[in-house]
Design a protein around this ligand. Structure first.
Ligand SMILES: [Zn+2]
Length: 291
C-alpha cells in the first residue's frame, strides 16, 4: 500500500492493474473505508479493518474480492446495484448473456459470481465525513449507469475509477453504457480541478491533469471521425464496421466477446451521429450512410 496523504492509501493492484484487477483506495479516519475490491490478494491484509466498502461501479474487476469483507457495509450507486446483487442483474446491465457461453465464462467465472449484500446506496453530492477529511460522491455515468468518482475534498484528490486515462480511451461497451453521459462526466471531473487524480488502472497523475482528461475525452471524437470517414467511403453494415476493428484494433479470443463490445461501442457512436445528422440508415435498414 502506498500512502498518498494522511489517512489515504493507494492499494496497488496485481497484474499492473490490468483486468481483472483494479487499484483500490483505503481511507482511514473516524471510520475505515475501502473503495473497490479488485486489487487482488493484497486486500487480505485489510480483512477485519474495513467498516465500509464503497464500490465505484458493478464491473467484475472492481468487486472481485467483496467476499473478503463480508462483515463490512457495502454501498454502490442504486443504478449499478443490480449488477452486484445477482448474476441475473449482472447479465442484464452488461448484456453479456447475449454472448455465447465461452465469452461469459471468462468474465463471470473468473472467481465465480458471489452476490453482494448491500447496506445502502451512494448518490451524487453525498458527503462522508471521516473526521480528518471528507469524501464527496461524484456520480459520473457513462461507463456504467451508476459509475461514481470520489473526491477527497481537503486534499483536492479524486479517484475516478474507470475514467482511467489509459491510451485505449473511454470504454462504453455495455448496452447500459452511454457515450454522451461519458463525455459530460469527464467535463465534470475537469471542473473539479483536482491536484491529484487516481484511477483504477493507471499511475497517479499530478501533472497536466486537465490536459490528460481532455485528451482522454478527445479519443471519443477521434473514433467518431474515423467512423465518419469510413462511411464517406461508402455505406456499410454494422457487421462490416465491426470487421474494421476501429475501436479495439484486434479481437483476441474469445472473439465473440470483443465483437460484442465493438458492436456496442460503434452502435453508440452511430446513434449519436444520427442525432447530429451526420449519418442515416438506408431504406434497406442495414446500411449506414454518411450525409
Ligand atoms: Zn468498469
Amino acid at each position: 500500500m502506498e500512502q498518498l496523504n494522511p489517512g489515504v492509501w493507494l492499494v496497488r493492484a496485481e497484474n499492473k492493474a490490468r483486468f481483472p484487477f483494479a487499484h483500490s483506495l483505503y481511507l482511514k479516519g473516524n471510520d475505515s473505508l475501502l473503495i473497490d475490491t479488485g486489487a487482488g490478494s493484497i486486500l487480505k491484509r485489510l480483512t477485519g479493518h474495513v467498516d465500509r466498502v464503497l464500490l465505484s461501479h458493478y464491473h467484475r474487476d472492481h468487486v472481485m474480492s467483496n467476499a473478503l469483507f463480508s462483515k463490512s457495509a457495502f454501498h454502490i450507486h442504486s443504478l449499478d446495484a443490480p449488477g452486484v446483487k445477482s448474476a441475473q442483474g449482472f447479465f442484464k446491465l452488461s448484456g453479456l448473456d447475449r454472448v455465447p457461453e465461452e465469452g461469459n465464462w471468462r468474465i463471470i467465472n473468473q472467481n465465480g459470481f458471489t452476490p453482494t449484500d448491500l447496506s445502502g446506496f451512494i448518490e451524487d453530492g453525498q458527503r462522508i465525513d471521516l473526521g480528518k477529511f471528507t469524501i464527496r460522491i461524484i456520480h459520473t455515468p457513462g461507463h456504467t449507469p451508476g459509475h461514481c468518482a470520489f473526491l477527497i475534498e481537503e486534499y483536492d484528490t479524486v479517484f475516478t475509477a474507470d475514467i482511467d486515462l489509459t491510451s485505449f480511451g473511454p470504454w462504453y461497451g455495455n448496452p447500459s453504457s452511454d457515450l454522451t453521459q461519458f463525455q459530460s462526466s469527464i467535463r465534470r471531473l475537469r471542473s473539479l480541478k483536482p491536484t491529484l487524480l487516481l484511477t483504477s488502472h493507471s499511475e497517479p497523475v499530478t501533472e497536466d491533469i486537465d490536459r490528460r482528461l481532455a485528451g482522454f475525452a478527445s479519443i471519443i471524437d477521434s473514433r467518431e471521425e474515423i467512423l465518419y470517414q469510413e462511411l464517406l467511403n461508402g455505406p456499410k453494415t454494422l457487421d462490416q464496421l465491426i470487421d474494421l476493428k476501429m475501436i479495439f484494433g484486434h479481437h483476441p479470443q474469445p472473439q465473440q466477446l470483443y465483437r460484442f463490445f465493438e458492436r456496442n461501442m460503434i452502435t453508440k457512436h452511430l446513434e449519436v451521429m444520427q442525432k447530429k445528422g451526420l449519418v442515416t440508415i438506408r431504406e434497406s435498414g442495414e446500411h449506414y450512410e454518411a450525409l
